[in-house]
Design a protein around this ligand. Sequence first.
Ligand SMILES: Cc1cc2nc3c(=O)[nH]c(=O)nc-3n(C[C@H](O)[C@H](O)[C@H](O)COP(=O)(O)OP(=O)(O)OC[C@H]3O[C@@H](n4cnc5c(N)ncnc54)[C@H](O)[C@@H]3O)c2cc1C
Length: 455
Amino acid sequence: MGRVDQHLTPLSGWGANVRAGCVLREPENEAAVRACLDDAGTTLRGLGRSYGDAALNSGGTVLGMTRFDRYLAFDEQTGVLQCEAGVSLAHILRDFAPRGWFPRITPGTKFVTIGGCIANDVHGKAHHAQGSFSNCVDAFTVLLASGEVVAASRTENADLFWATFGGMGLLGVVLSATIRLSKIETTYFRQRAICVNDLESMLAALEEQDHSFPYSVATLDVFARGARLGKGVLALGEHATRAELPPELAAEPLRVSGPPRLNVPRELPTFALNRLSIRAINALVQRIQARGAPFAHYEPFVYPLDKLLNWNRGYGKNGFTQYQFVIPFADGLPRLRTLLSAILSSGELPFLNVLKCLGKASAGVLSFPQEGYTFAIDFPIRSGTAALLKRLDRLVLDAGGRVYLGKDSYLDAATFRAMYPSLDQWLETKAKYDPRGVFTSDLARRVGLVSPRTG
Ligand SMILES: Cc1cc2nc3c(=O)[nH]c(=O)nc-3n(C[C@H](O)[C@H](O)[C@H](O)COP(=O)(O)OP(=O)(O)OC[C@H]3O[C@@H](n4cnc5c(N)ncnc54)[C@H](O)[C@@H]3O)c2cc1C
């Protein structure tokens, strides 16, 4: 059957700002993956939680990996789990949290696959203490473009191992992985909220509190300007022990909640998000964060947005983007001030946001996290959004920083190259393991991770 006859499934990233018709295949085993590989260009996809075009291949083949969802082995003594790459953190929590195990590294949503977490070398609220996802991965198996399956770890095919973290699914199909879970006594967090009045105090509070709390994240009031720029709430936490819990929670210390019951059934009209509604939600978010009961279940503490299924539809049919950058600590305060002022005075509608300190970078060749301040902010797509992001790219680059591909839909190839100096090293590994350029994506073509020719 020729490509023109094949049914195209409309797909998008979480931001729904780029949409593409793709030939979606959902293989269930290794032989089926091999059979589905399309030499003209194949893109891998997990749960589609990347915001932009990382898991899109306009007009081409996309392999949805969520049927690779089997556990292969678990060591109850060490917490080492071997599983297929389509297993999600939501499933791991459902099945292992009641037994006292928690994902060692987790992003702000549990609806992500292990393959997606590896491809973006994801980070979470605990990055300053625990690093990025690669820190909990011992090894994985990869099906290469040749059809061969190879193992990769710190000691075996180490070049492939480290290029795969942050490698955006462009070296091969991760079939299975061996990851480490962390032992927990309870599924609750001991938490604390600190209200801070300006950016300088916020950065000082982050630095001070990060020594005491493994989980930390600040949310800024997007309506605070001038001397109040950077005003917000710093949320801190750590896994609660059994002895700490009040009796009503101690009765079921490893409680796990069921699937979310609230849903946004369809895209809201674009006018629903305006300065007034954003002001109201911003104030509500600040109030909820500041309230901070002493203990919180992991759901509201780590995954507050997962409560509402399909919340991305709230941004309407044009979708939204999240701009996330990291800049080094040196000169961080004035640089952040400039960036925040540019964002907040832009006339765009900056919305939900997080600010935190990232710790040491991993050895992932294209991994995003590096030591410094990271800030992520959502923008509903409007006519001026792309131009604003271009201005921000220049400021981030000037500050020695970079933008996160897992959230991005706009970065151009020259800017990406300037932000990621290890790109040539990564391209050498790509040429070694995928010489015909079989693995590609809309994002890869846009930022120069593959040449435009290769699919
Ligand atoms: C509400 C929300 C909060 C988030 N918070 C954070 C956060 O705190 N920190 C953070 O780092 N990220 C965060 N993210 C982004 C998210 O963690 C990443 O984009 C993650 O990679 C998504 O995983 P996925 O399974 O949905 O993969 P997809 O988005 O479907 O794909 C992501 C990448 O993985 C590749 N891939 C997928 N499966 C495989 C496989 N089997 N083998 C090889 N490559 C594969 C794809 O080709 C693509 O390049 C958040 C996203 C949302 C929606």
